[in-house]
Write a protein that binds this ligand. Structure first.
Ligand code: ADP
Length: 267
């Protein structure tokens, strides 16, 4: 068997590809077009395998917050809301995949909720055989944050950040590259504290734990924000970086191995 190429997991935050303050589901089209071009420029298929995962942004957080399906399913209204939430995510995923294909990336939509099983909000199983097969033939699977079946409460939200960690562990990832709307990890939430300082590196296994100033998100957020991203990476034993994907050129640069944000170590 030939040795498998290293696996890169690129997570693009919902706040990058949508306006998280907008209650309506709307893609930032021009930005997505640029990001897709950058993936095509930066990724070297001969050197690595690539999985792309994107967040939900305004396609997900408002409807979930409004209907409460992240706490479980209790009535007919919520059953329909679960379906509608997934439909919206499939819509967003189709836009993302279309842009990637138009840019020349061999992207393929993969719906995690078709096989994901959650338990009290944690992902316990996800079928990855097809995913590995797709990677082996040079395809770039594109997954996203979704509502998913939960053994305990009927439904919970499987975030892109959780899926990134799970796949890193299961498939033996090389790095998780978190594209967000901030330059990296700061000593405090930079959108709230103008004195927050950017960290060059964060060691997830530091005995002092994660920096206190790493918190959730200030906009409607049902998936835990920056803190949860780092917790998921620590559980997975993942290294990588958190960087600003809204800055032109950054996606292309990180795919070529450059550090443009905060390096995350876990060793
Ligand atoms: P996305 O939806 O794009 O995945 P999130 O909203 O979940 O992103 O997380 C990014 C947000 O985390 C930033 O916009 C910022 O407001 C917040 N955040 C909280 N604490 C920190 C911190 N210490 N450093 C950087 N960002 C932080």
């Amino acid at each position: 068997m030939p040795k498998k190429k290293p696996l890169i997991i690129l997570k693009i935050g919902g706040s990058v590809i949508t306006d998280r303050k907008d209650e309506r589901p709307r893609l930032r089209g021009p930005r997505m077009r640029r990001l897709a071009r950058e993936v095509n420029e930066g990724w070297q298929p001969g050197r690595s395998r690539l999985v792309i995962i994107h967040g939900a942004g305004s396609y997900g957080h408002p409807i979930v917050q409004r209907t409460g399906i992240h706490h479980g399913i209790h009535d007919e209204h919520q059953r329909k809301a679960m379906g509608e939430t997934q439909r919206l995510q499939s819509d967003l995923n189709a836009h993302v995949v279309r842009h990637l294909l138009q840019a020349g990336v061999p992207a393929f939509p993969c719906q995690p909720s078709a096989s994901a099983v959650m338990e009290a909000g944690e992902l316990v199983s996800l079928d990855t055989e097809a995913l590995e097969g797709l990677l082996s033939i040079g395809i770039v699977p594109v997954l996203n944050g979704v509502p998913a079946f939960d053994r305990r409460q009927g439904c919970s939200i499987l975030s892109g950040d959780q899926t990134a960690g799970f796949l890193f562990r299961r498939l033996g990832g090389d790095s998780i590259l978190h594209g967000t709307d901030v330059k990296g990890i700061y000593t405090a939430d930079p959108t709230q504290d103008p004195g927050a300082e950017l960290c060059t590196v964060v060691d997830l296994l530091d005995s002092a734990g994660l920096p206190d100033g790493v918190t959730g998100s200030t906009v409607t957020d049902v998936t835990g924000g920056m803190r949860k991203k780092l917790e998921e990476m620590r559980t997975a034993g993942a290294r990588g970086q958190v960087f600003d994907a809204t800055v032109k050129g950054n996606v292309s640069r990180v795919l070529q191995g450059e550090i443009v944000g905060t390096r995350i170590e876990c060793a």
